[in-house]
Design a protein around this ligand. Structure first.
Ligand code: C2E
Ligand code: MG
Ligand code: MG
Length: 751
C-alpha cells in the first residue's frame, strides 16, 4: 500500500528518491495525511506515487529500447494516467518473473499486462481487461504434426518464466517446460536448438522472431489460447485497484486510439479503398455491361447489315423481288432434286414499257415497275418465286400443281393483272405483258436450259405481237392459247350474264315423286367449250368459278322461290359448289344474303360438294361446311366413291346426303361386286342418317336394283335430262308422280 511503501522506503523528510518516491521526515504526520488520502483515495493519491511493474520484453506494450529504457504502449499509457490523476507513476520494466515477484514482495503496487488465471486468483486482484491477446505454440519449421497441446507431450517446450503459458501447459499435461527469463531468451535458445518448441504471446513472438531472424525458421504450430490483459494488484488492495481503474477511465477513447496508432500501427483503413474499389468495380461492371451491350448491338447491327447485304446480293433494289442470282439458285435447287416435281418458268416482259420511260421519264417507269411487281405477286399467289431481272423483265416460277391448264390460267391472270391501267403522275398508262413459258422437265432438265427456253418462248411471243403467251413446246402453246381465249370468253360471259341453269329432277324411289332438282350450269355459246366438263375446270383454275358460282346460287334460289310462289309443292334445289367455293370463307355471308334476297327457306337448299374437292382441301372445307350447315341448308357429297374418303371421316362432317358416283351403277344389277358395294354404301349412309341419291341412272333395271338395295333417290336420263326452267316446270306438271322405273324402259324425257 502507498502508506506502507512510503513507510518502508522512507529515508528522510522531504527527500525524494531517485525513483520519484516521496519520502517524509515525519512519518506520523504523513501517515495521517496518507490515511486521509486513503479515505479519499482520489485526492489522497494525487500527491503520491504509484509503482508499476511489467514485463520488459513484451513489444509493443512494454519492452526495452536500444537505450535500455522502457518503451511501448504501456509506458505512454501510464504517463497519461499520471497526468490525469496527478499521482506520479514509477514504472519498472523487468523480466516477467521478477515483475511478479516485485508485486508480491511489495516493491510494486501494480503489475501490468497480466492474465487472470485460476492460479493467480489467490494472490491478485484484477482490473477489467484492456486488451485481447493471442498465444500460440511455435515450432521449428522442420517439425510437423504439432496440432494441439496434446501433441506436445514428450517435447521440451520453452516458456517465459511466470508466464500464463506455464499454467496452461501444465493443465494440458505438458510438463517438460524450459523456463527462460524473457521472450528474447526463448528465441535465442530455440535458435541454438536448445529447444525447438516454445509457447509465446503472438505480438512479442512476431516482434522477436523477426528481430532475431527466426521468422523463417519457426512457424506457428497452433493457436494455443486467447486471453485478456489486465492490471493486477496484491490480493485485497482494492483501493489501489480502484485508483488504477479510475485513472484509466479518465483516459479518453481518442487518447487511447492515439496510443494504439502509435504502437500497434494504424489499422489499415480499407474503407475508402474499399469504397473506391467498389466504385471501380461498379464502373468496371458498368463498363463491362456497356461493352457487352455495345458488343451485342454491334453484333446485331453486323447481322442486320449482313442480312441486308445478303438481301441486296439476292434481291433487286427497285422492286425488292429476288434477282437473277436468287432465281438461278432456286431453279438449281428444285431441278437437282431426285424426285423433282414439274415446274413452270414464266418469262414476263412488259409491252411498250420503253415508251413509258421515254414519255414520262425513268422515275415514272420505276414506279410502274414497282406496281407491276406487286400485281404479279397478287395475281399468282401460288408462285414459288417471282424475280425481277432488271428493266421490264420478270420471271415467275410455279412449283406446285403444274399442268398445262394451271399454267395457262396463271399466265392469263398475270396478263390481266399487268394490263390494268397504271396511274402515273396523274394520268392512266396502259402496258400489256408478253409471256414465254418453259416447263421442267420437258423443256429443260436443268435451271439454265429452262431459263434459256422460257426466254426463247418469250421472244416468239413478242414477235407474234403484244399480249401473247407462248410455250416453248409448240403444241402446248396451241392448247394454252385456246385456254387463254376460253378465259377471255368466260369473262365476257360473266359480264354479259350469258349463263343459264338447267334443272334435272331427283325422284323419291318410295313415292315416285319429284322431291328435288339439281341446278346444272349451261353456257349456250354453241361451241365445244360450252360443255360444263370443259369450261368449269378452267373456270376453277383461273378463279372465274367464283363469280360464276355466285351467279348460280343467286339464280337457283331465285328460281325455286319463284316456282314456290307459282304454287309448286316444296322441293329441294341442289346446287353444285366448286372446290374453290367450298373453301371461301365469304361463302356463308353470301349465302345469307342470297337466301334473304330470294326468300327461300334454307331447308329447301342443298349444296353439293364433290368428294374429290373435299379431300383436296380437307380441314378448310370441313370447317366451312359446318358454317353452312349452321345456316340450315342441307349438304351433300357429290360423286361419292371417287375421292377415297373414309367413312370415319364422313361421320365428322355435317352431311345429310351422299350422291353415288354413276360408275357404281354401271355394273348394276348383274355385277355382284357393284351390288355389294352399293348395298354397303347405302347401309352405311343410312346408319349415319344420310340419304342416298343415285345419279346417272339410265336403265330401269338399275332403278329396280337400287330400290331393292334401299336407295332413296334417283336422278338420271331414264327420267329426264337437265332442262331449262320452263321446260322443267312443264315436265314436272306432267309427271307429278313418276312411273315405276320398271315400267319406264325408255327415258321419259330426251332433252
Ligand atoms: P355433277 O354435279 O356430278 O352433275 C351431274 C352430271 O351428270 C351433269 O353433267 C348431268 O347432266 C350428268 N347426268 C345426269 N344424268 C345423267 C345420265 O343419266 N347419264 C349421263 N351420262 N350423265 C348424266 P353436266 O351438267 O355436264 O355437269 C357436269 C359437271 O359439271 C357436274 O357434275 C358438276 O360437277 C359440274 N357442274 C355443273 N353445274 C355446275 C355449277 O353450277 N357449279 C359448279 N361448280 N359445277 C357445276
Ligand atoms: Mg352435282
Ligand atoms: Mg355428280
Amino acid at each position: 500500500m502507498l502508506c506502507a511503501q512510503a513507510g518502508r522506503r522512507g529515508e528522510g523528510p522531504g527527500a525524494i528518491s531517485d525513483e520519484g518516491i516521496v519520502v517524509t521526515a515525519r512519518p506520523v504526520l504523513w501517515c495521517a495525511i496518507l490515511a486521509l488520502m486513503l479515505l479519499l483515495p482520489s485526492t489522497a493519491a494525487a500527491g503520491g506515487v504509484l509503482r508499476v511493474v511489467g514485463d520488459n520484453n513484451y513489444p509493443p506494450y512494454l519492452f526495452l529500447g536500444p537505450d535500455g529504457k522502457p518503451r511501448g504502449y504501456v509506458v505512454d499509457e501510464w504517463k497519461l494516467w499520471e497526468k490525469k490523476t496527478g499521482v506520479h507513476v514509477e514504472l519498472v520494466a523487468t523480466d516477467w518473473a521478477d515483475a511478479q515477484q516485485r508485486l508480491q514482495s511489495g516493491q510494486a503496487d501494480v503489475i501490468d499486462m497480466i492474465f487472470r488465471t485460476p492460479e493467480r486468483e489467490a494472490t491478485y486482484d484484477f482490473t477489467e481487461p484492456f486488451a485481447t491477446v493471442h498465444v500460440g505454440v511455435y515450432v521449428d519449421a522442420g517439425i510437423a504434426g504439432i496440432d494441439g497441446p496434446e501433441a506436445l507431450s514428450g517435447f521440451n517446450v520453452g516458456v517465459e518464466r511466470g508466464d500464463a503459458c506455464v499454467d496452461r501447459l501444465h493443465r494440458a499435461g505438458v510438463d517438460s517446460l524450459h523456463e527462460y527469463p524473457g521472450y528474447a531468451d526463448i528465441i535465442g535458445a530455440a535458435q541454438r536448438l536448445d529447444i525447438r518448441i516454445f509457447c509465446m504471446d503472438e505480438m512479442p513472438a512476431a516482434y522477436y522472431l523477426y528481430r532475431l531472424q527466426g521468422d523463417t525458421r519457426f512457424v506457428k504450430a497452433f493457436d494455443f489460447y486467447t486471453d485478456e490483459f489486465r492490471r493486477g494488484v496484491r490480493k485485497g488492495d482494492t483501493r489501489t485497484l480502484a485508483l488504477v481503474e479510475r485513472g484509466m477511465a479518465m483516459i479518453t477513447p481518442a487518447e487511447r486510439e492515439a496510443l494504439r496508432s502509435k504502437w500497434m500501427g494504424q489499422p489499415l483503413n480499407f474503407t475508402p479503398y474499399m469504397r473506391l474499389a467498389g466504385y471501380a468495380l461498379l464502373v468496371a461492371v458498368g463498363l463491362g455491361l456497356a461493352l457487352l451491350l455495345w458488343g451485342l448491338s454491334l453484333r446485331r447491327a453486323v447481322e442486320r447489315r449482313t442480312r441486308a447485304l445478303e438481301h441486296l446480293a439476292h434481291h433487286d433494289a427497285l422492286t425488292g423481288l429476288p434477282n437473277r442470282r436468287m432465281l438461278q439458285f432456286r431453279l438449281d435447287q428444285l431441278t437437282s432434286q431426285a424426285n423433282a416435281s414439274p415446274l413452270a418458268l414464266l418469262a414476263v416482259d412488259l409491252d411498250n414499257f420503253k415508251r413509258v420511260n421515254e414519255s414520262l421519264g425513268h422515275a415514272a417507269g420505276d414506279v410502274l415497275l414497282q406496281q407491276a411487281a406487286k400485281r404479279l405477286g397478287e395475281s399468282v399467289p401460288e408462285h414459288d418465286l417471282i424475280a425481277h431481272l432488271g428493266g421490264d423483265e420478270f420471271l415467275v416460277l410455279l412449283a406446285s400443281n403444274v399442268t398445262a391448264m394451271s399454267v395457262s390460267a396463271a399466265a392469263g391472270r398475270i396478263q390481266r393483272a399487268l394490263s390494268e391501267p397504271y396511274l402515273l403522275e396523274g394520268s392512266e398508262v396502259m402496258v400489256g405483258a408478253s409471256i414465254g413459258v418453259g416447263l421442267f422437265p420437258v423443256d429443260g432438265r436443268d435451271g439454265a436450259t429452262l431459263l434459256r427456253n422460257a426466254n426463247a418462248a418469250l421472244d416468239r411471243a413478242k414477235q407474234s405481237g403484244p399480249g401473247d403467251c407462248r410455250f416453248y413446246n409448240r403444241s402446248l402453246t396451241d392448247q394454252a392459247s385456246a385456254w387463254l381465249q376460253l378465259g377471255a370468253k368466260l369473262r365476257k360471259a360473266i359480264r354479259d350474264e350469258a349463263f343459264e341453269l338447267h334443272y334435272q329432277p331427283q325422284i323419291d324411289l318410295r313415292s315416285g315423286r319429284v322431291v328435288a332438282v339439281e341446278a346444272l350450269l349451261r353456257w349456250p355459246g354453241g361451241d365445244a367449250d360450252a360443255m360444263p366438263d370443259q369450261f368449269i375446270p378452267y373456270a376453277e383454275e383461273t378463279g372465274l368459278i367464283e363469280p360464276i358460282g355466285e351467279w348460280v346460287l343467286a339464280q337457283a334460289t331465285r328460281q325455286l322461290a319463284g316456282w314456290l310462289a307459282d304454287g309448286l309443292p316444296p322441293i329441294r334445289m341442289s346446287v353444285n359448289l366448286s372446290p374453290r367455293q367450298a373453301v371461301n370463307a365469304q361463302l356463308p355471308l353470301y349465302l345469307v344474303r342470297v337466301l334473304a334476297d330470294s326468300g327461300l327457306p334454307p331447308a329447301l337448299l342443298e349444296l353439293e360438294v364433290a368428294e374429290g374437292g373435299l379431300m383436296e382441301h380437307g380441314a378448310a372445307t370441313a370447317s366451312l361446311l359446318q358454317s353452312l350447315r349452321r345456316l340450315g341448308v342441307d349438304l351433300c357429297i357429290d360423286d361419292f366413291g371417287t375421292g377415297y374418303s373414309s367413312l370415319a371421316y364422313l361421320r365428322r362432317l355435317p352431311v345429310q346426303a351422299i350422291k353415288l358416283d354413276p360408275s357404281f351403277l354401271a355394273g348394276l344389277p348383274d355385277d355382284h361386286g357393284s351390288r355389294a358395294i352399293v348395298s354397303a354404301v347405302i347401309g352405311m349412309a343410312h346408319s349415319l342418317d344420310m340419304r342416298v341419291i343415285a345419279e346417272g341412272v339410265e336403265q330401269a333395271a338399275q332403278v329396280e336394283c337400287l330400290d331393292e338395295l334401299g336407295c332413296d333417290l334417283v336422278q338420271g336420263w331414264l327420267y329426264a335430262r337437265a332442262m331449262p326452267a320452263d321446260e322443267f316446270l312443264a315436265w314436272y306438271r306432267a309427271h307429278p308422280v313418276c312411273a315405276v322405273p320398271a315400267m319406264a324402259e325408255q327415258p321419259l324425257q330426251g332433252a
